[in-house]
Structure formats: structure tokens, C-alpha cells
Design a protein around this ligand. Structure first.
Ligand code: HSE
Length: 436
């Protein structure tokens, strides 16, 4: 059988990695797919740019529409990122009846509902394993491997750059900006690195995970997103003293009132496996009713790891090219007419435990005032840690761990604590999850 002809949109880190992996493992890949997979055309912003792959035998162009419209191209692989023109190109490929593989989390999180509807109508596949957690086959695991379960919640370290920064701050005491610059040099960070550090990239991925876990439409606009830029080295070490690690987590949880969809720095007990996922690695912990907790771990970014997911999608597409569209795995795991529009909870309704760091005058009665405010809001304290004043300062840091409480109630307590004359700075607040 003749090889399947692929057109690549984008020849950067992921595109170059895809060419390399397809070439290096061509024999294994065709034994699995039943046919060879050959890149025949590719678009790039600059034809003469330095590349990580050999482009011999690939028709190069600066016009991505030329690749999509190329009659020889049977499968379009969108690896350019961003929303436009990626959205238009993917819709055009679908219109032409071509299958699509994409690594574009923003595109799927923002426009997946429209894209999957178009693909469904045209009977083509849109595969997106590489969009979440790089090389970890977590989409396949949730969509297919856990299909017998009711999934209760999932929590993931799904941005490698953010995890790399937090790890280096903890292990080596390095400064935030210095580590971010290194992540950019290594090709992990997004084109706009605020997407990494402000949690937007993780929210794109979480939106996708929540949809396939709970069978709900993609709703990125309702995700709550908080970044890691306000985490200090002191918070990292106080958390350690209390037996916790700070991780930037994406959490999706099904509750009786609706679905929680939130990305924020989180204290998690250091004994949890996921608390020990370091550097650019990603991990997704899924709690399901039948199997219990399962953890998916691996490289979340980089050329070859992301290419691993892209090529796996290509193999899936090739295997099912001749299958009846009705019998394919649905894009969002649940049949399109069985998706449920469950409400997404506002953050004020979400219940978590809290780490609070106060900067207080060192005098009698201050802690009593603080604990009285917490008691008035029915917030129970789990631990208090008072540290010495840092050099050249008279005010002292006080760390409080609380039991679970709705965020709305905690907001009121924090406002009252900040109004105390002896409290000198805004209260630093980090949510705590036991992930038990
Ligand atoms: N910027 C992303 C990360 C790349 O750091 O995880 C992979 O999606």
C-alpha cells in the first residue's frame, strides 16, 4: 500500500521534531499503522530558517493554504500554534475532507466546539493528543482507557515552563526571571511566556481535559486562572516546613452544584507522587470511581516528546481512515449529542483549604484578632507558624493553614484581616489541596 501523504503547517520545534521522529522510526511506525507515513509538503514562516530537521524531499512554502489545498496531501498536521490563521486552515482542511492532527491547545480550547462540529458533519477526524501534556498520552487514556469510569476529578501539572520555574526556585533558590529565560532558550515556553506563568496555557489544556473527562462542551472563558508570578521563595520554604510543595495545578472537579475549572498555585502534601514531579515534566492525576486514582507522567514539552504525540495521532488517523465515521472514538470522548451543559462554578463557590501568609506587627493581641476573624467566618485553623522577622525588618511573617472553606467566605475574612492596623501588607493566599 502507498504511504499516506501528510502536509505540515509549521516547521518549528514541534514540526521539526515530527519530521525527525517519522523518519527515525519509519519502520516501526509503518508496522503499526499498516502503511508508511510520509511528509510531502510543509509550510514555514521562512524557507531559509535554520531547522532541527532535514527537509530533503519535502516541498517547502511560506503559504500554509498551499499545503492544505495541495491535492496530494491527505492529512493536514497543524503545528503552527495561535488561533488565526490556524482556525481557518483547519476548517479549510475539514471542508476539503482531509483529516487533521493538531498540537494547538489554544485553538481547541477556544474553537474546538466549532471545529469538531464541522469535522463530524464532514466525517473526518481531528486528533489533538499533543495539545495536552506534550508526549503523555493522557487524552487517549481518559477518552478510551477510562471509558468505563465515572471521573470525579483530575488535577494536573500541565505547564512544563511553570513547573520548571517553581522547581528551580525551590531547589536552587534561583530567581524567577532567570529561570524563565532558560525555559525560553530551551524551547519550552510559549511564544508569549505570560501564557505559561499566568496559567493561560494550563487553562487551555485543563479546558480540554475537563471536556473529555465529564462530557461537557469546551468552555475556556469560564476557567479561573491565577499565575505563579506572586509566589515568593519564602512561600516555597514555609510550605516545605509544613510538609507541602507548591505546584501550579489545573484542577477540574465534578460537584453536585457544577464543575470546578481552575488553575492556580496549590500547596499539596509532599508525600503525594505528583508533588515530586519536577522540572519541565508534566503529570495528570485522575480520580475515577472504578479504578481509583491513576497518574500519567512524562515530558510535557519539547521537540521529540510532543512529536511522539503527533505521530501517535497520525498512526490513529491512518488506521481509521477507512473506518465508518460513526464508529470512531468521539472527539470529546462522549457522543456529540450526549454532551451535558453542566454549570461551571464561580470561584467564590469553590471549597478548598488555604495557606495564608500575614505580615504582622510583633505585639500582643495581633494573632488573637486574626484568629477571632477566622472563627467569626467559621474557618477552622489547622496549623500556625510564626517566623522571626527577616533582617532589617520589625514585622513578622505568620503562616496559617486552614481547613476547607468556600472561597467567598475566605475573601471576607481576608478583607477584615487586612483592615487590622497591625497587618502591614496584603495577605498572601495559596489554596491547599490534599488530592487524597
Ligand atoms: N509552553 C508549554 C509548556 C509547551 O511549557 O508546557 C507545551 O504545551
Amino acid at each position: 500500500m502507498k504511504p499516506v501523504k501528510v502536509g505540515l503547517l509549521g516547521l518549528g520545534t514541534v514540526g521539526g521534531g515530527t519530521v525527525n521522529v517519522l523518519r527515525r522510526n519509519q519502520d516501526e511506525i509503518s508496522r503499526r499503522a499498516g502503511r508508511g507515513i510520509e511528509v510531502v509538503a510543509a509550510s514555514a514562516r521562512r524557507i531559509d530558517a535554520p531547522r532541527i530537521c532535514d527537509t530533503t524531499g519535502i516541498r517547502l512554502t511560506t503559504d500554509p493554504f498551499a499545503v492544505v489545498n495541495d491535492p496530494e496531501v491527505e492529512v493536514v498536521c497543524e503545528l503552527m500554534g495561535g488561533v488565526e490563521p490556524a482556525r481557518e486552515l483547519v476548517l479549510r482542511a475539514i471542508e476539503l475532507g482531509k483529516h487533521v492532527v493538531t498540537a494547538n491547545k489554544m485553538l481547541i480550547a477556544l474553537h474546538g466546539n466549532e471545529i469538531f462540529r464541522a469535522a463530524q458533519d464532514r466525517g473526518v477526524m481531528v486528533a489533538f493528543e499533543a495539545a495536552v501534556a506534550g508526549g503523555i498520552p493522557v487524552i487517549k487514556a481518559i477518552r478510551e482507557g477510562l471509558a468505563g469510569n465515572r471521573i470525579e476529578w483530575l488535577a494536573g501539572i500541565i505547564n512544563g515552563t511553570g513547573n520548571f520555574i517553581l522547581t528551580e526556585m525551590r531547589d536552587k533558590g534561583r530567581e524567577f526571571d532567570d529561570v524563565l529565560a532558560e525555559a525560553q532558550r530551551l524551547g519550552y515556553a510559549e511564544a508569549d511566556p505570560t501564557f505559561d506563568v499566568e496559567g493561560i496555557d494550563a487553562a487551555h489544556k485543563l479546558t480540554i481535559l475537563a471536556s473529555i473527562a465529564f462530557g461537557i462542551p469546551l468552555q475556556f472563558d469560564k476557567a479561573v486562572t491565577e499565575g505563579i508570578t506572586r509566589i515568593t521563595r519564602e512561600d516555597v520554604s514555609y510550605a516545605e516546613a509544613l510538609g507541602y510543595r507548591i505546584k501550579h495545578l489545573g484542577i477540574a472537579r465534578r460537584t453536585a452544584q457544577g464543575v470546578e475549572l481552575r488553575v492556580h498555585p496549590t500547596l499539596i502534601p509532599e508525600r503525594r507522587l505528583i508533588a515530586n514531579v519536577d522540572g519541565v515534566k508534566n503529570a495528570v492525576l485522575v480520580m475515577s470511581d472504578a479504578v481509583g486514582p491513576t497518574l500519567y507522567y512524562g515530558a510535557g514539552a519539547g521537540a521529540d516528546p510532543t512529536a511522539s504525540a503527533v505521530v501517535a495521532d497520525l498512526v490513529d488517523v491512518v488506521r481509521t481512515m477507512t473506518a465508518d465515521p460513526e464508529n470512531r472514538v468521539p472527539h470529546l470522548a462522549f457522543q456529540p449529542d450526549a454532551l451535558r451543559d453542566l454549570p461551571i462554578l464561580p470561584m467564590s463557590e469553590v471549597e478548598t483549604a488555604y495557606y495564608l501568609r500575614l505580615t504582622a506587627e510583633d505585639k500582643p493581641g495581633v494573632l488573637a484578632d486574626v484568629t477571632r476573624i477566622l472563627a467569626d467566618q467559621d474557618i477552622s485553623i489547622e496549623a500556625i507558624l510564626q517566623k522571626e522577622a527577616p533582617e532589617d525588618e520589625t514585622d513578622i511573617p505568620v503562616i496559617i493553614l486552614t481547613h476547607r472553606v468556600k472561597e467567598g467566605r475566605m475573601n471576607e475574612a481576608i478583607a477584615r484581616i487586612e483592615a487590622l492596623p497591625a497587618i502591614k501588607r496584603p495577605v498572601a493566599r495559596i489554596r491547599v489541596e490534599s488530592l487524597g
